[in-house]
Design a protein around this ligand. Structure first.
Ligand SMILES: Cc1cc2nc3c(=O)[nH]c(=O)nc-3n(C[C@H](O)[C@H](O)[C@H](O)COP(=O)(O)O)c2cc1C
Length: 334
């Protein structure tokens, strides 16, 4: 299947955009295991892209193997979207642009960005048109259910996006107020599939292991699956899911103590010094949720004063730990 310049296989797997987590180093970690067909950056503020030097912006650092890579954009002024895309087109080689109409975090909604734009479909259409005016590449949108679980409203919103030129929609079927509470309502992904036969659809929400991905594909008939929170816990989940979908087998997992070292090496390679420890700890907070005492481990590691001591502490702790079978479900959010 292809969307303009991007060719994707049936049942493709995508790494979700996650602020603070899906930077170049983490995407490279995921790519090193294989299995991920489409990468998304964390959300990129269009105003920052327009007003800062893109070459010095750490959010715009790309890896070597995190391809195809889609830039996810957040904001609300159509003209800033157009200017931001023009700048990205001139300086980078993203394969497409995704518009964030789904983030429900408080600050994002207060600015009138993310999911709050789902209340303004006409403005969303203008944003899509602005992005399209600045690129020939595919334009996609990531949405939630909206502000209620209402089939007609969801269909009408997606219709507006399609008419404005969106070729791929990712649906995280929870409302803005639900945050991560209550299970994602995968049946809403099927609504899109039933109504829009030529739209490419990425299903998202509560895929915590290969078996969940298989169930989502079977239940909703979506074209691909996007994985978010389970990825920082198991960056090799894409490899495992690919193998499970093809052969019904999950390969043996890596030893837990290898992963933080690998992650730190990639962070040192890709991210500027002032961001490294912060990004490492943010990821570690999620990774340690693979283990029942992960939160305790996290505080033990944080107590250490130097980075070398932190890595050594982690090695000691993790040498006693084993990864449990899927699902890899985080038990806390941040
Ligand atoms: C820490 C964190 C940061 C996120 N940042 C973004 C973001 O930048 N853009 C976006 O569209 N969604 C963002 N999301 C939502 C995810 O992309 C995804 O839709 C959500 O986590 C549901 O998928 P999951 O159940 O596989 O985690 C974020 C989620 C988390 C947990």
């Amino acid at each position: 299947m292809s969307i303009k310049n991007i060719t994707l296989e049936k049942n493709f797997l995508a790494l979700a955009p996650m602020a603070g987590l899906t930077h170049a180093a983490f995407r490279e970690l995921v790519a090193s295991f294989g299995g991920c067909d489409l990468f998304f950056t964390e959300m990129l503020n269009v105003r920052a892209i327009v007003h800062q030097n893109p070459e010095k912006d750490p959010y715009l650092i790309c890896g070597k193997n995190d391809r195809p890579l889609v830039a996810q954009l957040v904001g609300r002024e159509p003209e800033l979207f157009a200017q931001a895309v023009a700048r990205l087109e001139a300086n980078f080689s993203f394969c497409g642009y995704d518009i964030n109409f789904g983030c429900s975090r408080g600050a994002i909604q207060r600015y009138g960005w993310g999911v709050s734009l789902m209340k303004e479909p006409a403005l969303c259409a203008e944003i899509v048109a602005a992005v399209r005016s600045a690129t020939q590449k595919p334009v996609s949108a990531k949405i939630r259910s909206g502000f209620e679980h209402n089939r007609e409203k969801l269909i009408s919103f997606v219709e507006t996006l399609i008419q404005a030129g969106v070729q791929l929609v990712t649906l995280h079927p929870r409302t803005a107020e639900e945050g991560f509470r209550r299970p994602a309502r995968w049946e809403e992904i099927s609504w899109l599939k039933e109504n829009f036969p030529s739209l490419k659809i990425l299903g998202n929400g509560d895929v915590f292991g290969p078996q969940d991905a298989q169930k989502m594909l079977a239940q909703t008939r979506c074209h691909g699956v996007m994985i978010g929170r389970a990825a920082p816990l198991r960056p090799w989940i894409f490899r495992d899911t690919k193998s499970y979908l093809a052969k019904g087998e999950i390969p043996p997992g890596p030893s837990p103590q290898e992963i933080p070292t690998k992650m730190w090496e990639l962070i040192s390679q890709y991210l500027p010094e002032e961001l490294r420890e912060k990004r490492f700890e943010l990821w570690l907070f999620w990774f340690l949720q693979n283990f029942p005492f992960g939160l305790h481990y996290f505080s033990e590691v944080k107590k250490e004063k130097t980075l070398a001591a932190k890595l050594e502490k982690l090695r000691q702790i993790l040498s006693r730990e084993r990864l449990r079978p899927y699902p890899a479900r985080p038990y806390l959010l941040r």
